[in-house]
Design a protein around this ligand. Structure first.
Ligand SMILES: [Zn+2]
Length: 396
């Protein structure tokens, strides 16, 4: 039996996942997130480092009437172990889930002897247990003193990490590598390789109201301008970027020329060049729409998760994970992913990252979400070995 694996307490892992899953931590449930952060602070207190709760960065959002407001978020957990070490890595996870406090999916159900259905069991409370127990196992090895690490568990990943992006970048800086504990891309453990990026925008169109019968020509119709914008925006789509106009809000009574419209849309760039080119095209398009309709158009948002290509150093980290898997009798594969996660943000800092080191499971973001329970210990053993190799000098 492998020495590292023998030290992993799979029963404790499962107990922790079940306790954490029982607590609702929808991204907007600040009370639940506060409780979760306290439970995680206690659990991660078993590591030989400092545990800290960090306030969220302020995040501005746009309301349906075009006004800006501040959106509240939960605190993030940061653990620092051996910060003075020369070789340091970053491990990240998120404590929030996509299920709000009033969502019907709140309980766990055993689907069979080794498959647990429940909110966040795979995405990613199971992954947090994998990370913690990999680190506990690593701390029991002779190489622990050679490696320092920071752990970040944020509270807002599922809504795009707007309140933690700066913290992610700050913690990624200077790190040799990073491991993120999203569930595997497939139930067989396949990792997500390169990823596209994503951006969310709100465009506020401000026209001028007027009476639809008495003086319609003095009005400037915000809805008409927004409709023109939607069609011309969609025409900017290329093979390198897709654009999804998702919601148009605004309007007034039938006898009023509407003076406000808010358009929300999402973009999925495949490359950083495509994301940057789109931003320039959008600015030009907004100037053109403003001139054509005599309205004002203000943009909010942008690409917050840049595309994540896999460069040579990142590939070396993938190869290391595969090699460690082979040593444990686990076959590790990877494939490109259309999804995004904090791995995108970490890669944008130039730090090699494998971002699906968490559990095997599936149907995430749905009430069918499940965890393959034996994968808790299996993936913790994999991570512990990867971390041990990084301590021993892998990935120079
Ligand atoms: Zn996740």
């Amino acid at each position: 039996m492998d020495g590292t694996r023998a030290t992993i307490d799979s029963a404790q892992m499962l107990a922790q996942v079940q306790a954490w899953s029982a607590l609702n931590t929808g991204t907007a449930n600040l009370a639940g997130l506060g409780e979760q952060a306290a439970m995680l602070a206690e659990a991660f207190g078993a590591l030989p480092g400092t545990v800290e709760l960090v306030d969220p960065a302020p995040v501005t959002a746009i309301a349906a009437d075009g006004s800006a407001y501040e959106k509240p978020h939960g605190q993030h957990l940061v653990v620092r172990v051996r910060p003075q070490a020369n070789r340091r890595i970053l491990l990240t996870g998120h404590m929030d889930t996509v299920f709000p406090a009033d969502h019907p999916f709140q309980r766990q159900t055993w689907l069979d002897g080794e498959t647990l259905n429940g909110p966040g069991v795979a995405d990613m409370k199971g992954g947090i247990a994998v990370m913690l127990h990999a680190l506990l196992a690593f701390e029991g090895t002779a190489h622990a003193s050679a490696l320092g690490y920071d752990v970040l568990i944020n509270s807002d990943e599922e809504t795009g990490s707007l309140a933690s992006a700066a913290l992610i970048a700050e913690l990624a800086a200077g790190k040799l590598a990073a491991l993120t504990y999203e569930p595997a891309a497939l139930p067989d453990g396949t990792l997500a390789h390169d990823r596209g990026g994503t951006g969310n925008y709100s465009i506020t169109v401000t026209g001028k109201s007027a009476h639809a019968g008495r003086n319609p020509h003095e009005g400037r119709n915000a809805i008409v301008a927004a409709a023109d914008l939607i069609l011309r925006l969609k025409a900017l789509e290329t093979g390198e970027i897709t654009i999804n106009p998702a919601r148009l809000e605004g309007g007034a009574a039938n006898n009023v020329v509407p003076d406000t419209a808010v358009l929300r849309f999402n973009v999925r760039p495949r490359t950083t060049a495509a994301a940057e080119a789109f931003d320039d095209h959008l600015n030009a398009l907004l100037r053109s729409i403003a001139a054509a309709h005599d309205i004002a158009a203000h943009r909010h948002g942008g690409v917050t998760r840049p595309p994540k290509p896999v460069d040579a150093r990142a590939q070396a980290l993938f190869d290391l994970v595969r090699q460690c898997g082979a040593e444990l009798g686990q076959t590790i594969r990877w494939q490109a992913s259309g999804g995004v996660c904090d791995g995108n943000n970490i890669a944008a800092c130039g730090v090699p990252v494998v971002d699906t080191m968490g559990v095997r499971g599936g149907a995430i973001h749905s009430p069918d979400e499940y965890l393959i329970v034996p994968s808790l210990a299996e993936r913790a053993a994999l991570s512990a070995r990867v971390i041990e190799r990084l301590a021993q000098g892998a990935l120079q």
